[in-house]
Design a protein around this ligand. Structure first.
Ligand SMILES: *Cc1c(COP(=O)(O)O)cnc(C)c1O
Length: 391
């Protein structure tokens, strides 16, 4: 039943070998920049590539500032702290997400509250957030409080699942009404946009990841995006050991983190950013191929970009009719050397988070049983012809 898809995937990637879900793509430019960083001897915690990547990333996405870190999880952790999440606060987020979203809340000694996603975007549902707040929250000094637990609701963290933009404008408007800051987990959504505005630039802070499996990678890395210059300055200070700049003195004015991105990684990040548009174009081409293919089959539906938005198509996803067909598909594809993977288990079903408060998780539960990711890499440079070094 699935063989036509397997053939299509093999002919797209032009290989009979194992096909991973998402592999990084490197060019001569990447090597050139990394070698330059090594030659400079500035491979570690200081160097020109870090500043350069922050400037170029902010400019590319139309944000005032970017502060880069060692990975996306650390960026989320610090972003939450900077918008005011404190010990014993609550943070509203989606039940269907990668573990880092929930962990970054727990690292701040705060409690995640898991709410439903929308069926179409697979991201946090503004309707679910609205009904939760109307049912459980009351406005007091210092922000809204959860009437059931007595805790302050200190932030909302939506996530753009697989790069498909969730209803971020609607959510931000709702969050404003309640006076709750939004930290946008855009780790998967670099280059995705809604009416020309990039994901990761809607919330008080937006977070990206440059892990090896993401749209572009620098080995490991993360970023916080914000239009608030004071917040960006605090982010930089806090992630670089909170040291007061001085030519020789070790003066630190609070307990900071060593979360900075090494210059060696930043060099690779600068080179990868130059290739982002090429990578996105190639990923869109594959998405169009998949979209066309899944119109012709009965056994699965293609999860397409939500209307009015542009996805980066980080990971292509399909929904199968039930968990039995899903399991058959996972078995058949992985046995033939084509990597596929189910969507995450709900956070509320993991033992560390099983005591957390939840809303109705109807859509999240429906998707959890059916959604599978299929191979989504950008093709090798050689398949794209020359000219990979320009932006
Ligand atoms: C990748 C990812 C992160 C952060 O990942 P790091 O591996 O720490 O860079 C956070 N949230 C989501 C949803 C992710 O997919």
């Amino acid at each position: 039943m699935f063989n036509d898809l397997f053939q299509l995937v093999r002919s797209h990637f032009e290989t009979d070998d194992f096909i991973p879900l998402h592999e990084p793509r490197f060019s001569e430019l990447d090597k050139e920049y990394v070698v330059d960083a090594i030659d400079s001897t500035f491979v570690s915690s200081v160097g020109a590539y870090v500043d350069r990547f922050e400037n170029e990333l902010a400019e590319k996405l139309g944000a005032k500032r970017a502060v880069v870190t060692v990975n996306g999880t650390s960026a989320l952790e610090v972003a939450l702290r900077l918008v005011g999440v404190r010990f014993d606060d609550e943070v509203l987020t989606q039940a269907l997400t990668f573990i880092a979203t929930a962990n970054s809340i727990a690292y701040n000694c705060a409690h995640p509250v898991f709410l439903d996603v929308d069926r179409d975007t697979m991201g946090l549902s503004p309707d679910a957030v609205r009904s939760f707040l109307e049912e459980h929250a009351e406005k007091r000094d210092g922000g809204p409080y959860n009437k059931t637990t007595g805790r302050r609701i200190a932030a909302i963290v939506p996530m753009h699942t697989f790069g498909h933009p969730m209803r971020i404008k609607e959510l931000c408007a709702l969050a404003d009404e309640w006076g709750i800051p939004v930290v946008e987990d855009a780790a998967e959504a670099l280059g995705s946009s809604i009416q020309g505005k990039f994901c990761g630039t809607f919330g008080r802070v937006g977070v990206f990841s440059f892990n090896g499996n993401k749209t572009i990678t620098c080995g490991g890395g993360g970023a916080m995006m914000t239009n608030d210059a004071a917040l960006a300055d605090r982010a930089k200070h806090l992630t670089t050991t909170a040291k007061i700049p001085h030519r020789w003195d070790f003066e630190h004015d609070e307990i900071g983190y060593n979360y900075r991105m090494p210059n060696l990684n930043a060099a690779l990040a600068c080179a990868q950013l130059k290739q982002l548009d090429r990578i996105l174009a190639d990923k869109r081409e594959l998405a169009i191929t998949y979209r066309g293919f899944f119109k012709t089959v009965e056994w699965a539906d293609y999860v397409d970009e939500p209307e009015g938005s542009k996805s980066n198509f980080w990971l292509n996803a399909i929904t199968l009719s039930d968990s039995k067909v899903r399991n058959e598909f996972l078995e058949a594809s992985n046995s033939t050397g084509i990597m596929t993977r189910p969507i995450w288990k709900l956070m509320s079903e993991l033992k560390m988070y099983s005591d957390c408060q939840c809303g109705s998780l109807k859509n999240a539960q429906w998707l959890e049983k059916r959604v599978v990711n299929i191979p989504s890499s950008a093709r090798k440079m050689t398949k794209l012809g020359a000219g990979v070094t320009e932006t």
